[in-house]
Write a protein that binds this ligand. Structure first.
Ligand code: ADQ
Length: 458
């Protein structure tokens, strides 16, 4: 049986628990696949070293081998904080106004990808399947090919692929896509991102694409397809039934004194549309003064990528906005927004989701958005809450019974809140059942199996 080699920027195998104290769904799914296939998970340790001299830290935990390297300060600044998070992340989320095109970022990105390729190549055996993840590693497949790796190599992009008109604003865009075409399988979250990618390949590169997603370009053939990611449904629903979830549910319900809770849970990132959410909620408070003190918005958003200036700015802007809305609308016994700057373990999140009548998820652009799926999974089947979801999240293509909104429209957000609060129980159940079936059936195991099957050429 062939082994699976997973390569991603950060490694989150059993030993390395995430900040929230539990493994994320992706880590759980990949760990299970690695265990079944005697695999290796390779990536950056998250640590800095004085001078990188090829040192590889191999560890085995719970049936999974992890192989990590440390990076030098300059590499972290140019590759991770620079090209990945200040160039590609904003551009791929359609924010060319925020994208920074520093030459040193691009060269740092290529240098670090060469380091990854050089370090991981000797670990690869002829039968291994290689699965590379996300925008940090776009050119890695090509760099492995340059080192003689002939194995099947797949790539999965967790974030959107931007329309060609935006993508061409990236210097050396053609060079980057050419490297991608060295993979055997290129996976996207949704057909929309897939179509944007194929459009670029046809119109800018002159490649040909058949109706099954097979690309032919300069004598090479590869397959591009959508593989929408899901949550670890079994693990999550089990957590939702446990005591931690029940306690979190009670804690939130007790402290909100019968008010209807509207919940938002995000990594603090401008792509998540939290400012627009706050503005839409304020519009609701202004338009519906009689309902105002019957609701409370709980926004959970721990800071992320603190080393990048734009993220410090968004944090400040949100604090100011929440303060302004609370100042303008609060009463002695009621504050409209509870804004919490910390992460919670998944079982606690499950309890908060269940205690909330509405989830308000308003990304301006999101590859998938797993919070929307977790919210659906955590609901009480007899009295489920309502999911309000941005039509610009990948998840909107599957969760079609959510109230789909345009997050740029404060009025649409406000009206969706009114509609959700007034929604009869039967309608809530009908909508939830349809979304729930999707979250259950197209979970992370389904996603992983589909991708690995495509990678094997099945
Ligand atoms: P993210 O942008 O991080 O992921 P998302 O999918 O919403 O976005 O969340 C991933 C996980 O982080 C979820 O399991 C969620 O519970 C957890 N999380 C988020 N905020 C949290 C908080 N405040 N406290 C605790 N946990 C929190 C990227 C892409 C997404 C894509 C995923 C997976 O940007 O579009 O869905 O990868 O492919």
């Amino acid at each position: 049986m062939s082994r699976l080699i997973v390569i991603s920027n950060r490694v989150s195998a059993p030993k390395a628990k995430s900040a929230a104290g539990a493994q994320g769904g992706l880590a759980v799914a990949l760990t299970a696949a690695l265990r079944e296939n005697r695999g290796i998970w390779f990536g950056w340790s998250g640590n800095e070293c004085e001078k990188f001299e090829g040192k590889l830290d191999m560890e085995r935990h719970d049936g999974v081998t992890t192989a990590t390297i440390d990076l030098e300060r300059q590499d972290i600044d140019e590759y991770y904080n620079g090209y990945a998070n200040r160039t590609l992340w904003p551009l791929f989320h359609y924010r060319i106004d925020l994208a920074e095109y520093e030459r040193t970022f691009g060269s740092g990105y290529e240098r670090v990808n060469e380091i990854f390729a050089e370090t991981v190549a000797p670990l690869i055996e002829p039968d291994d399947l290689i699965w590379v993840h996300d925008y940090h590693m776009l050119p890695l497949g090509k760099m492995l090919r340059d080192r003689g790796v002939k194995n099947r190599i797949g790539f999965f992009l967790h974030i959107p692929w931007p329309p060609t008109r935006l993508f061409v604003s990236l210097p050396y865009h053609e060079r980057l896509v050419r490297t991608l075409l060295e993979y055997d399988v290129i996976g996207f979250q949704t057909n929309e991102w897939l179509e944007s990618f194929l459009h670029y390949v046809e119109k800018e590169l002159g490649g040909t694409v058949d109706e099954d997603g097979w690309i032919e370009f300069e004598g090479r053939r590869c397959c591009a397809k959508a593989f929408p990611i899901g949550i670890d449904f079994d693990e999550f629903t089990e957590a939702a039934e446990g005591e931690t979830a029940a306690e979190a549910n009670r804690q939130l319900s007790r402290s909100t004194l019968g008010k209807k809770v509207i919940i938002g849970v995000d990594r603090l990132d401008y792509s998540k549309g939290v400012e627009e959410r706050f503005q839409g909620y304020e519009r609701f408070l202004e338009n519906n003064p009689e309902q105002a003190d019957h609701v409370v918005l709980l926004q959970i958003a721990p800071p992320s990528r603190g080393e990048v200036h734009t993220y410090q700015e968004i944090r400040e802007r949100l604090e100011t906005l929440a303060g302004h809305i609370n100042g303008a609308h609060a009463d002695v016994d009621w504050v409209p927004i509870r804004y919490v700057n910390q992460g919670y373990p998944r079982p606690a999140l499950a309890g908060f989701y269940r205690a909330s009548r509405i989830a308000l998820i308003t990304p301006l652009r999101d590859g998938m958005n797993l919070v929307a799926k977790e919210y659906v999974a955590a609901q009480d089947p007899d009295d489920p809450g309502v999911l309000i979801l941005s039509r610009f999240a990948g998840a909107a293509q599957q969760l079609t019974e959510a109230l789909l909104i345009n997050p740029y429209s404060t009025d649409e957000i406000s009206e969706a809140i009114s509609q959700a609060l007034a929604m009869p129980r039967e309608e809530r159940i009908r909508r939830w059942e349809s979304n729930y079936a999707n979250v259950r059936d197209e979970d992370v195991i389904w996603w992983r199996k589909n991708f690995v099957a495509a990678l094997k050429g099945e």
